[in-house]
Structures are given as structure tokens and as C-alpha cells.
Design a protein around this ligand. Structure first.
Ligand SMILES: O=C(O)CCC(=O)C(=O)O
Ligand SMILES: [Fe+2]
Length: 329
């Protein structure tokens, strides 16, 4: 097979480009990004560790991605030469996998999540080393040639990653700071758990060439409590609980989360197995919501709402349902 990166991207669905950027430049960027993350934590009056437990992605525009446009421009020049076509940037973000939020990212196809603004491929630039033990990118080679499945809703607390059972074509891609991975938006990929004590960060940019025609993308199939539904469900259950127990009506989602965080510290709810864990999981969703509104931050791994479901929402909604039934009897 030809070694040309554009051919590899076409044939295998991904290609690795070593030392695209000087590692010292990446080290400088990481210092700046860490400094900003400390500031973000301060904005939310929490520790750096607490902040990185809840946020693991920042989509530009964000205080965390500020000033990275120069690096994105150098990528554009490189990609246009490689693809022999104009490349349009669709969006860019910084993604982390740190010891504070080290979880597996299940296998998925990016294109299935972007039916409104589909992109052709991603350029994943390692800002730090991402060795095998840090949960580097993992791909299923040539899987972009198959069909596009509806977006995998891995935020569903019951979700099991069936694609990860597939062995054929699976490749882990450990990289060094400054290395670049290009991958097709139809390629099945994910990343394992970060078992190291190091933080790994990447600048991830999404692109399409001027000649790109998007394939047809199946509509997502939202789960009852998942990526597309969890906030609305959470809001409903928490509001219902506040009204049933305290005859209170919160005016905002933020207020409802804060009220529950406080209540769980000083009230006993016999239907909860572990109030401490319930309180901790509300606090994290509260911080995630703040990080989203203040810094365009998000949870890449989809674990925070699933934990809230397990420790609070599932037993609370069951209890409310039983109370409702008893009233109707
Ligand atoms: O950084 C990772 O762990 C994977 C990120 C990913 O899925 C993506 O950039 O599309
Ligand atoms: Fe992805």
C-alpha cells in the first residue's frame, strides 16, 4: 500500500503523522492551558481536581481554547496541501483524559452526532504524550467503509459497548506530543481508560474539503435517559421531588440542582442507599452545568449523568411513582 497520508486516510480511515509540531511548542501550550483550567476552577469556586472531574472537553469559543487559532491555521495549510483541496474548519475543541476523569470513551462514529453540520474528517493533535497506559485513541481500521449507524447513546446508564467486543482491525494509537492523527468522520473509534498518573490533552479540529458531499446520516435514536434526554428528565424528577416533599418550585435548573445538593447534606431520605454519593453526584452535575455555561465545557465520557441516575434519580423517581400510586389507590 502507498505510504501517502491522503491515501492511507482514504483506505484505512485514519493516518498517523509523527512530529507534526515541535514538542516544546506543545509543552508551552499545555502550560497555558493548565493555567487557564486553574482559572476556570476558580471561576466556579472549586479545585482544579473537581473541575477536571466534571469537564473533559471545551469547544471553541471558550476561555480554554483562546489563542489556539494560530495552531489551527498551521493545520489548515498542512491539510490543504495534503488533501489538494481547500479545507474548511467546522469546529475545534480541546479534549482531556486525566486521572480525575479517566473513563473509557465507547466506540462511535463522529458523523452520526453531527447530522446538521457534518464534517469529513478530524485532525487530533496530541498536546501531551498519550502512551498506551493513558487510554490513547483507538480505531477499527477501514470501518469507515461500512454503513453509518444511528449515533450510539453511551450516556444511557444501561449502555454496553458491543462494538468494543470486535477484535478485528482494532488498533491502539499511542502518540507523542506534537503527533497528529487524521481520521474519517465515519470511522469507528474510541479510547480506553487512562490508567496512568498523567493528564492527556489533545487539540481536536473538524474539517471538510470544498468537494465534500455528506452521506445520508441516520437520525439519532434517543434513549429514555441518555445524551439527548438526561437534562430534561433530571429537571423533571428533581422539580417533582422538591414539590412533593417541600412544596417548593425552583425557577431554574441551576437552582434545583443547588437545592438538592444542600438538602442531601442535611435531610435523610430513607429510599436512598448512599446520601453522600447522591450529594456528590448532584454537585458534579451542578458544576458541569456551570462549566457548560461559563466555559463551553462538557463531559466527553458521559459518566456524570449516569452516576446521578444511579445514586439519586432512579431511586427518587421510583419513590415518587409509588407515592403517586398510593394517592390514587
Ligand atoms: O480523545 C479521545 O479520547 C477521543 C476523542 C474523539 O472521539 C474524537 O475526537 O472524535
Ligand atoms: Fe469521536
Amino acid at each position: 500500500m502507498s505510504e501517502c497520508p491522503a491515501t492511507l486516510l482514504k483506505e484505512e480511515g485514519y493516518v498517523q503523522i509523527e512530529s507534526f509540531q515541535d514538542r516544546h511548542l506543545m509543552e508551552d501550550w499545555i502550560k497555558t492551558i493548565r493555567f487557564r483550567l486553574h482559572q476556570c476552577a476558580q471561576d466556579l469556586s472549586c479545585t482544579y481536581q473537581d473541575y477536571l472531574q466534571v469537564a473533559s472537553r471545551w469547544v471553541a469559543p471558550s476561555p480554554v481554547t483562546e489563542g489556539l487559532e494560530g495552531l489551527v491555521d498551521s493545520l489548515k495549510t498542512f491539510l490543504e496541501e495534503l488533501m489538494e483541496d481547500a479545507c474548511e474548519l467546522i469546529k475545534f475543541n480541546i479534549i482531556s483524559k486525566t486521572p480525575f476523569s479517566p473513563e473509557t470513551l465507547p466506540f462511535h462514529q463522529d458523523i452520526a452526532y453531527s447530522p446538521e453540520s457534518p464534517y469529513q474528517f478530524s485532525a487530533w493533535l496530541a498536546l501531551t504524550d498519550a502512551p498506551l497506559e493513558s487510554g490513547p485513541m483507538e480505531v477499527i481500521a477501514s470501518s469507515h467503509k461500512g454503513s453509518i449507524a444511528p449515533a450510539v447513546d453511551f450516556w444511557d446508564p444501561e449502555f454496553k459497548d458491543k462494538v468494543s467486543l470486535k477484535k478485528e482491525g482494532r488498533r491502539k494509537l499511542p502518540v507523542k506530543a506534537g503527533d497528529l492523527i487524521l481520521f474519517d468522520s465515519r470511522l469507528w473509534h474510541g479510547s480506553g481508560k487512562n490508567e496512568s498518573c498523567h493528564e492527556r490533552f489533545a487539540l481536536v479540529t473538524r474539517w471538510k474539503t470544498s468537494g465534500y458531499v455528506s452521506p445520508s446520516i441516520p437520525a439519532p435514536e434517543p434513549r429514555p435517559f441518555g445524551m439527548w434526554t438526561c437534562q430534561k428528565e433530571t429537571e423533571e424528577i428533581l422539580t417533582n421531588g422538591l414539590w412533593t416533599f417541600f412544596k417548593e418550585t425552583p425557577t431554574t435548573y441551576r437552582e434545583s440542582l443547588k437545592k438538592w445538593e444542600n438538602l442531601l447534606g442535611n435531610t435523610t431520605f430513607p429510599f436512598l442507599e448512599d446520601s453522600k454519593k447522591a450529594q456528590e453526584s448532584v454537585k458534579r452535575v451542578f458544576l458541569l452545568n456551570e462549566a457548560h455555561h461559563t466555559h463551553n465545557g462538557g463531559d466527553t465520557q458521559g459518566v456524570l449523568y449516569a452516576r446521578l441516575w444511579k445514586h439519586l434519580l432512579s431511586p427518587l423517581s421510583l419513590h415518587l411513582c409509588q407515592l403517586g400510586k398510593n394517592l390514587n389507590d
